[in-house]
Design a protein around this ligand. Structure first.
Ligand code: URA
Length: 233
């Protein structure tokens, strides 16, 4: 059971202050009855909550698409450095969100933040074969032999075994890399092992989720209903 104003403010549609007024105006119905008070306790999984006759669209979990900028840590908190959580407003920071996998400090692009642990596991575990696609710029000239090595599955100098991966050459110094796992610095290490060190890296997609090009680095939005439906269950 949660406070009604908390449940509604969690949807991002109305603030707690607005809920207070809406309750006074009788515009919020809980199981068909006008809500008695903003602080009344409701179980959102069981009760129907309507605002002006429409379902408030409450979700147990929060799903945020962030365009991670370079220079920010993929962590929840850090004593010295700015983290991706610091980019969110206070209200969202209190929801126990974590990044789904890490991007290096200097890597940009799609980062999903959620408090849905089960989904996080499904998106990250190599067993679930979720493609992560990266755009990479490198020093040197990419060639077919690099694609073949990626496709065969590489073992790096330090013994790190990499599953077969995709390398699609866009130009001599640019490629799309597709991985189904996410070992530490993996894209950089695989390309460095081919003698083509990465100079710029950006994640474009993770499974069905594509980075929304409307989002500038540092900007975020909630996932749409369609995106939520497309996620592995
Ligand atoms: N691979 C890397 O090398 N860095 C990232 O941030 C993500 C994948």
């Amino acid at each position: 059971m949660e406070r009604l104003d908390k449940i509604i403010s969690t949807t991002g549609k109305k603030s707690r202050r607005e809920v207070k007024l809406l309750v006074k105006q009788g515009r919020i119905l809980v199981d068909g009855v006008p809500a008695a008070a903003p602080e009344m306790k409701v179980d959102p999984a069981v009760s129907e909550i309507l605002l002006d006759g429409e379902d408030i669209g409450y979700r147990r979990f929060t799903y945020i698409m962030l365009h991670k900028p370079a220079g920010v840590l993929s962590a929840v908190e850090d004593k010295r450095q700015q983290t991706v959580l610091d980019l969110l407003p206070e209200e969202l920071q209190k929801r126990g969100l974590s990044p789904v996998g890490r991007l290096d400090k200097d890597t940009e692009g799609l980062l999903l933040l959620t408090n849905d642990g089960e989904l996080t596991h499904k998106l990250l575990s190599p067993r679930h074969h979720v493609d992560k696609v990266y755009y990479a710029r490198v020093e040197g000239t990419l060639e077919q032999a690099d694609c073949d090595a990626f496709a065969a599955g590489m073992t790096l100098g330090d013994g790190l075994e990499c599953m077969p991966a995709g390398l699609e050459i866009l130009s001599p110094g640019e490629a799309l890399v597709t991985l189904q796992e996410g070992k530490f610095h993996q894209v950089k290490r695989m390309l460095a092992a081919r003698g083509k060190p990465v100079t710029y890296l950006k994640r474009l997609s993770m499974g069905p989720l594509q980075l929304d090009e409307i989002l500038q680095p540092g900007q975020f939005r909630h996932l749409t209903e369609e995106e939520l439906q497309s996620l592995p269950r």
